[in-house]
Design a binder for this molecule. Structure first.
Ligand code: SF4
Ligand code: SF4
Length: 193
C-alpha cells in the first residue's frame, strides 16, 4: 500500500498528535512496527528521532494535513479516526486505484457515526458529489468499502453486465468524475472493464 502524493496544507502542523505513530503498521529498513502499537521513538508529543526518521514516516501525511477543507476538529487524535488518501499498487477493484481510508483509533465502529466524522463522511458521499471511494477500518483490521456501496458500487465496477440497470447512468457519471480526478493527480485507474 502506498499513499497518494498530495500537497500539504500551508501552515498546518501536527501539534501534539501522534496518531499515525501508533495506528499504522510501519515496514521500513530503519523501522518495523505493528499497527496499534506506539512507536518506540515517540515521545508522546512528537518524534524523538525527527531528523533521522525513516522515509516511511517522512513521506506520509494524513488526510487532515493535505485537505484544507477539514476543520481542526478532524485532526485524528481529536476526531478518533485516522483518515488518509491511499492507493494500491495492484488494485483488486477500481476503487482501490485511489481512495480514502479511515482507521478507527480505538477499534470502535460507532466513531464513524457521530460528528465530526459523520459530518465529514456525509459531505464526501452526498448524492452527486462523491468522487473518491471511502473505506473504513476498525477492530478487524480489514478495510471495508463504505462508499460507494450496494447496487451503485456494482454498477460502477460492471456497467455492461450489472443487473442494477437503473444505476448505470449514475455509475458512468461516477466513473467519469473519478477518472478525471485521478488524471488531475497523474494517476490512471488500473481496473477498468
Ligand atoms: S495523524 Fe496526521 S496530524 Fe497526526 S501526527 Fe500523523 S500526520 Fe500529523
Ligand atoms: S519514527 Fe518518529 S515519525 Fe516514525 S512512527 Fe516513530 S515516532 Fe512516529
Amino acid at each position: 500500500m502506498q499513499q497518494a502524493g498530495l500537497q500539504l496544507v500551508p501552515g498546518r502542523e501536527c501539534g501534539d498528535c501522534v496518531a499515525c505513530c501508533k495506528r499504522l503498521e510501519i515496514v521500513d529498513p530503519l523501522l518495523t512496527k505493528p499497527a496499534n502499537v506506539l512507536c518506540k521513538h515517540c515521545t508522546g508529543h512528537g518524534c524523538g528521532i525527527y531528523d533521522a526518521r525513516p522515509s516511511a514516516c517522512r513521506d506520509w501525511f494524513c488526510h487532515w494535513r493535505v485537505d484544507g477543507n477539514l476543520p481542526d476538529s478532524m485532526r485524528p487524535d481529536k476526531c478518533g479516526v485516522l483518515f488518509s488518501f491511499e492507493r494500491e499498487d495492484s488494485p483488486r477493484t477500481i476503487f482501490e486505484s485511489f481512495f480514502i481510508v479511515g482507521r478507527s483509533m480505538n477499534d470502535d465502529r460507532s466513531v464513524f457515526d457521530v460528528p465530526p466524522v459523520a459530518t465529514f463522511l456525509q459531505t464526501w458521499t452526498q448524492d452527486g458529489a462523491g468522487i473518491v471511494p471511502i473505506y473504513r477500518v476498525w477492530k478487524t483490521g480489514v478495510k471495508s468499502l463504505m462508499y460507494p456501496e450496494g447496487p451503485l458500487a456494482h454498477a460502477i465496477e460492471y456497467p455492461a453486465t450489472t443487473p442494477y440497470g437503473s444505476f448505470v447512468v449514475e455509475a458512468l457519471g461516477w466513473r467519469a468524475r473519478y477518472s478525471e480526478f485521478l488524471g488531475s493527480l497523474g494517476f490512471v485507474p488500473k481496473f477498468w472493464c
